[in-house]
Structures are given as C-alpha cells and as structure tokens.
Design a protein around this ligand. Structure first.
Ligand code: NAP
Length: 252
C-alpha cells in the first residue's frame, strides 16, 4: 500500500490527515496518510528510509524553509518562493537507501486559485501582506503572477516592508486587498487580530485571512463591520491539498 504523510511540529491541528483519509476512502484509493510529528528536521532521513512505501510528504510549520537543504531539487516556483510544502519521493526498487526528493509549493496555487473569483480588475491592483513568513512568500509570488503590486507589513520592518504604525489613511485607501498571513487570531486566541486601522476600511476592500480555524476570525469580522468583502483560508487549504495529490500522482 502506498503511504503519504505530513511532517511538522506540533501536528495536533493537522487538517491533511483527515482530508486524505476521506479522499482515499471516497475514491477507493489503496493508500494511507500518516502524521510524522518530528522535533528536528534531521529526522526526515529516517522517515524516508524506514517507510519504503512513502511516496510523498506535505510539510508544515516549522519546516517549510528548513527542509530545503535536504532536497535534491526544487520546482521553479518553490525555488523563487523559498518555501516547500510538498515533497515527491522517487526511489530505485533495488536500493533501500537510494531516494530523490523534489520540493514543490502548492500553497501559492491554492491561494491564487481561491483569490481569483474575488478580484475586480479596476479596484484590486494593490495589496498589503501582513507578516513575512513562508506563507507570506507564497502569497507574494501568487500576487506577482496576478499583476497585483504588494507591500509587506512586519513587526520588524526592514528594507521592502513597512511597520504596522506606518499604515496611514493613504496606504489603506490605495491597498484594497489586505491579506493576513500571520497566525494572529488563530484558535484559541480568537479574540486577537492584526493591529491595522480597521476604521479606514471601505466597501472596496477585500480582507483575506489565511487562518481557517476559526472560520470567521476577528480580522474578518472587523472588516465586515466596515462593509469590506472577506474570505478565510479554508478553500486555499483544500486547493493546496488537491494540488499536492496531483504532484504525487504525476509520472516522473
Ligand atoms: P510563520 O513562518 O511562522 O510566519 C508568520 C509571520 O507572521 C511571521 O513571519 C511574522 O512576521 C508574523 N507574526 C508571527 N507572530 C506574530 C504576532 N504575534 N503578531 C504579529 N505578527 C506575527 O508562519 P507561516 O508558515 O507563514 O504561516 C502563517 C499562517 O498562515 C499560519 O496561521 C498558518 O496556519 C497559515 N497558513 C494557511 C494556509 C492555508 O492553506 N490556508 C497555508 C499556509 C499557512 P513579522 O515577524 O515580519 O511580523
């Protein structure tokens, strides 16, 4: 039986195991999906050698960037984004220790596909990305693909990003897409939200939260109070998982 799985730490919140177990059952696929909760990325070698039927892995927090030195190659997108959330494993049937790992990024595809239906070309030309982690890089790559200019907002602004206290009325008025890629507002801290001037939001704004638990974060609620359109991270999550399956199922 083929095996797929996810590496990360912690994995208590993992959506993927449930998603793939249901998919395999529904579509009669003879495969199993396992959680590999690892405290160090060095453990990836052992997982791959001791699970010879393992064909693919998802990668989640905190390893999306740390896993890159362990891979043999990267897709063009993963290379540009600098983060990997899908690994395809190739082996030689006669050599227990031979394997090749290729890294991909399906987060950016999930984000891009889920954003497109909400875009109005005349209104949505500039975006603010809150946070500068792995997910922010995938979001930035997708926005560039869509010809949307973006600016990152960080707690420690450096060259190329601004701080939360720099969010003036002009900046908010210009950037009609605001994407939360920080974990702020995730369950159980559902009473928190990124520190942006919500009062300046309008009906032209689209607020996108990568968080999917809770389904409606305080960030989205405060946007709705201003009449802004909102979208949570659930569809992105499902689309990136489907894309991972396509990657694993493709012939080498
Ligand atoms: P990450 O690498 O830890 O980055 C998160 C970024 O958020 C950090 O770089 C940081 O940027 C900012 N941040 C962290 N703690 C903060 C705080 N207390 N206040 C303000 N800003 C803070 O995580 P990630 O992998 O990018 O993931 C981020 C979020 O996206 C997570 O909630 C994850 O579950 C979600 N996600 C969802 C999907 C999906 O399919 N829906 C896919 C991927 C990720 P600064 O230091 O620059 O402020």
């Amino acid at each position: 039986m083929d095996i797929y799985g996810i590496i990360g730490y912690p994995l208590t919140h993992s959506f993927s195991a449930k998603f793939f177990a249901e998919k395999f059952k529904r579509e009669n696929i003879n495969a199993e999906y396992l959680n590999f909760e690892i405290k160090s990325i060095l453990d990836i070698r052992e997982i791959i050698i001791f699970n010879q039927h393992l064909k693919g892995l998802n990668v989640t927090i905190p390893y999306k960037e740390k896993v890159i030195p362990f891979l043999n190659s990267l897709s063009a997108e993963a290379k540009k984004i600098g983060a990997v959330n899908v690994i395809k494993i190739s082996r030689k049937s006669d050599d227990f220790y031979f394997y090749e790992l290729t890294g991909y990024n399906s987060d950016y595809i999930g984000f891009k596909k889920s954003l497109i239906p909400f875009l109005q070309s005349s209104t949505h030309r500039y975006a603010l990305i809150l946070g500068t982690g792995g997910a922010a890089k995938a979001v930035a790559y997708a926005l560039t693909d869509l010809d949307i200019e973006w600016l990152t907002v960080s707690r420690s602004p450096t060259k190329g990003s601004i701080g939360y206290c720099d969010l003036t009325a002009d900046i908010i008025a210009k950037h009609t897409i605001i994407i939360n890629t920080t974990p702020v507002g995730t369950f159980p801290n559902s009473d928190e939200c990124p520190n942006i001037p919500y009062k300046l939001l309008t009906t032209n704004h689209l607020l996108y939260d990568l968080i999917y638990n809770p389904e409606e974060t305080l960030f989205l609620k405060r946007g709705q109070e201003q009449g802004s359109k909102t979208k949570n991270g659930k569809e992105m999550l499902e689309l990136q998982a489907l894309e991972a399956w396509d990657i694993w199922s493709r012939e080498a």
